[in-house]
Design a protein around this ligand. Structure first.
Ligand code: SAH
Length: 222
C-alpha cells in the first residue's frame, strides 16, 4: 500500500524546521517574538523549488539576478537588533526574496508597519506575489533605488539595509527618526562590518556589531 506524500514533507519537514529553530536559539537569538516569526515563515516557499531542500540550513542561497536570500541567523539578528525600538515602522532596503520582509511582517504588533524597496523589478514583483500567496499581508513594496530611501513614507523608526554600501547613505540617516535605529552592513565586496546607528537628541551613535558578508548595494534601478 503506498500513500502519496503531502507536499513539503521530506527535506522541508517540521523536524528540519525545528532543528533550525533550536540552532538559532543556541546561536543567541533569545527574543521569543523573533523566534515565533522565524518559525512561522516558510523559507522554502521564497526560493526556487530546486533549492527548497536546503531552505532550513543557515546558508545564503541564490535567488537569480546574481542576488541571494539572506542567512536565517543574519535575518534573526538584524530583526532582534531592531526590536530595541518599540513598535517600529520599518523600511527594508533590498527586498530580494522577501524573506526578511516576511519575518518583519509576521512580527505585528511588535513591528507596526513594513516598507520594502528593491532595485530589480522582477525580484520586487516576485516577492510581493509570493507573500500574497502565503497570506502574509501588510508590507508595501516599491521598485526603486534604496540609496534614496522612501522619502514619501519617512521618517522611519527602523531601517534595515540588506545589501552593503561602501558608506552609510545620507538619505537613510535623514529618514531616521530621533529614537530610531539604522542597521546596515558597510564595506567593500570582500569584508563588511554590521553597524547599528541610533539617532538620539545628541546626534548619531554608532556601534559596530560583527563582520558580515552581503551582496553590494548598487546604484540605480533595473
Ligand atoms: N532581504 C533579502 C536579501 C536579498 S540580497 C532577503 O531576505 O532575501 C540584497 C538585495 O538588495 C538584492 O535583491 C539586491 O537586488 C538589492 N539591492 C541592491 N542594491 C539596491 C538598492 N540600491 N536599492 C534597493 N535594493 C537594492
Amino acid at each position: 500500500m503506498s500513500r502519496a506524500r503531502p507536499p513539503g514533507i521530506g527535506m522541508t519537514s517540521q523536524r528540519t524546521r525545528d532543528r533550525l529553530m533550536q540552532w538559532l536559539r543556541e546561536a543567541g537569538i533569545s527574543d521569543e517574538r523573533v523566534l515565533a516569526a522565524m518559525a512561522a515563515v516558510p523559507r522554502h516557499a521564497l526560493i526556487d523549488e530546486a533549492l527548497a531542500h536546503r531552505a532550513y540550513e543557515n546558508v545564503a542561497l541564490p535567488i537569480g539576478h546574481g542576488q541571494t536570500i539572506s542567512q536565517p541567523l543574519t535575518v534573526a539578528l538584524m530583526t532582534q537588533t531592531l526590536l530595541d525600538v518599540p513598535r517600529p515602522r520599518v523600511l527594508e532596503v533590498g527586498t530580494g526574496s522577501g524573506y526578511q520582509t516576511a519575518v518583519l511582517a509576521c512580527m505585528r504588533p511588535a513591528v507596526r508597519r513594513v516598507f520594502t524597496i528593491e532595485r530589480i523589478a522582477m525580484l520586487s514583483e516576485r516577492a510581493e506575489a509570493r507573500l500574497a500567496a502565503l497570506r502574509i499581508a501588510g508590507p508595501r513594496f516599491r521598485h526603486g533605488d534604496g540609496y534614496g530611501g522612501w522619502p514619501e513614507e519617512g521618517p522611519f523608526d527602523g531601517i534595515l539595509v540588506t545589501a552593503a554600501p561602501p558608506e552609510v547613505p545620507e538619505a537613510l540617516l535623514a529618514q531616521l527618526k530621533t529614537g530610531g535605529r539604522l542597521v546596515v552592513p558597510v564595506g567593500d565586496d570582500e569584508l563588511q562590518e554590521l553597524r547599528v546607528i541610533d539617532r538620539t537628541d545628541q546626534g548619531f551613535i554608532t556601534h559596530t556589531v560583527e563582520q558580515v558578508r552581503f551582496v553590494p548595494l548598487l546604484k540605480g534601478k533595473r
